[in-house]
Design a protein around this ligand. Structure first.
Ligand code: FES
Length: 191
């Protein structure tokens, strides 16, 4: 009986213990290549460009897919194993597709003491998404339960894409944010 993982294919190189997902996109745009080369030029060791290049990959590919990691290794001229190691170590790189608006809800201790679990439940309810189960069918939302977002003193904290809401964010604030996302005029902290 076969127990193959849905994303597993026989000829893919996989990092240890990982089942890295593939993306439709396979290569960087010329603009992204130029951006990475400009970053490399700032450092004596080109490996230092790995982290920012992975962020560019996340932006261009939608998530850090296997192809994205290979593209980073290729543009910088470093071993794929190094890029796989870095990308799989840091949880802030998305290794699977996320929604257009990705909500990360911190449920670590300070946030937990200030209602993070209830907030996470509300975010899931309003987006119709289960944490870690991929984006909503319309591609708008995804939700992730995360550890500390470094705003413990003003918990609870929620991050929307790259923007951290760390000033006692509550359900009303998140509803405002989500309504702006739906209207297409979301701007961080503008609401
Ligand atoms: S515990 Fe949630 S931001 Fe630190």
């Amino acid at each position: 009986m076969s127990h193959a993982h849905p994303h597993e294919t026989s000829n893919e190189v996989l990092a240890p213990g990982q089942r890295l997902q593939e993306s439709e996109r396979k290569a960087f745009s010329p603009e992204a290549v130029a951006e990475i080369q400009a970053i490399m030029a700032q450092y004596p060791d080109k490996m230092a460009a790995t982290l920012p290049a992975l962020y560019i990959a996340q932006r261009e590919f939608g998530f850090v897919s296997l192809a994205a990691m290979r593209a980073v290794a290729d543009v910088i001229g470093i071993p794929e194993a190094h890029v796989f190691g870095v990308a799989t170590f840091y949880t802030m790189y998305q290794k699977a597709p996320v929604g257009k608006f990705h909500f990360q809800v911190c449920t670590n201790i300070s946030c937990a003491l200030r209602g993070a679990a209830q907030l996470l439940e509300k975010v899931c309810e309003r987006t119709g998404v289960t944490p870690g189960q991929g984006p909503s069918p319309d591609g708008m939302w995804s939700v992730e339960e995360v550890e500390c977002l470094a705003g413990c003193g003003v918990a609870p904290c929620v991050q929307v894409n790259q923007d951290v809401y760390d000033e006692l964010v509550d359900e009303d604030k998140l509803v405002e944010v989500m309504e702006a996302c739906k209207r297409g005029d979301y701007r961080p902290w503008a609401h």
